[in-house]
Design a binder for this molecule. Structure first.
Ligand code: MLT
Length: 265
């Protein structure tokens, strides 16, 4: 693990392998370790960079909302520090919101996009209210209830009963996140703008991946992005809910490496 100071805060990241750079952004309230299966598979052929977004993992927290633009600017600073001018940018859920924000801000630095279990729509008013309640509760009571309420949505019922090691890994990741980091991300996600109308302006080759049983960012959200982003590819992963890369790593890695291989010709 390495650290770099970007936008006044210390960001933790891993940077392994050589080849075309691929940056993978984790979801909320998780950290870079969620990509361990992808790092292991891709590092043979690519340079893989996995940051902990601000307020998550081993990265620092700053006061106020962690907006998607702020996190995108952190990623841009990290890439600059690593002397990477252009990369494939992938993100799961909140990481996907950050990837879309990054594309809007720094389009020329994106070689291709990988949008995983994510969506382009802004929050409904109900979702915003719910985020405020969750943030308050996390600050008052800690992360345990967030782990308990999110786990059944992140994984399929089958994974929850049959994959205790995966459940443990996800739970520990959530419990490692500080309430302050979670609250800042919740506030930031609630402030995101709708990106639906922007999707048709994306010209980077784009891969969209979604778990067939994802209830947080369902298949319809992925299909909407697929319809709007010209030439995009949509892959639906069976036997997976929201954390498709962790639940079905082999199939996930197959679709990801096929996309990267086709891109690189
Ligand atoms: C995530 O997995 O990053 C979150 O579920 C996204 C969200 O709450 O919108």
């Amino acid at each position: 693990m390495s650290k770099v100071t970007v936008n006044g805060i210390e960001l933790a990241y891993e940077d392994v392998g050589t080849g075309h750079p691929v940056v993978l952004l984790h979801g909320y309230p998780l950290d870079r370790s969620m990509w361990s299966n992808q790092v292991a598979a891709l590092k043979q052929t690519h340079r893989v960079i996995t940051p902990d977004l601000r307020g998550h993992g081993e990265s620092a927290i700053a006061a106020g909302a962690a907006t998607m633009q702020q996190m995108a600017s952190d990623v841009a600073g990290l890439l600059q520090a690593l002397d990477i001018s252009r990369a494939t940018l992938g993100g799961l859920s909140m990481g996907g919101y950050v990837a879309l924000a990054f594309y809007r801000l720094f389009q020329l630095r994106v070689r291709s996009l990988v949008l995983v279990d994510t969506r382009a729509q802004e929050d409904t008013e109900e979702a915003k209210t719910n985020r405020a309640i969750q943030a308050e509760r996390a600050l008052q009571q800690g992360m345990e209830f967030i782990a308990e309420s999110m786990l059944p949505k992140l994984l399929t019922p089958e994974s929850v009963t049959k994959k205790p090691e995966l459940v443990r890994q996800v739970r520990e990741m959530i419990l490692r996140t500080t309430p302050q980091g979670a609250a800042a991300a919740l506030q930031g996600m609630a402030q995101r703008e709708d990106q639906t109308l922007y999707l048709s302006r994306i010209i980077a080759p784009t891969l969209i991946i979604v778990g067939q049983s994802d209830s947080l960012t369902p298949v319809e959200d992925a299909e909407l992005m697929h319809r709007q982003i010209g030439g995009s590819r949509l892959e639906i992963i069976e036997g997976a809910a929201h954390l498709s890369n962790m639940e079905q790593p082999e199939e996930f890695n197959r679709v990801l490496t096929t996309f990267l291989h086709d891109l690189e010709g």
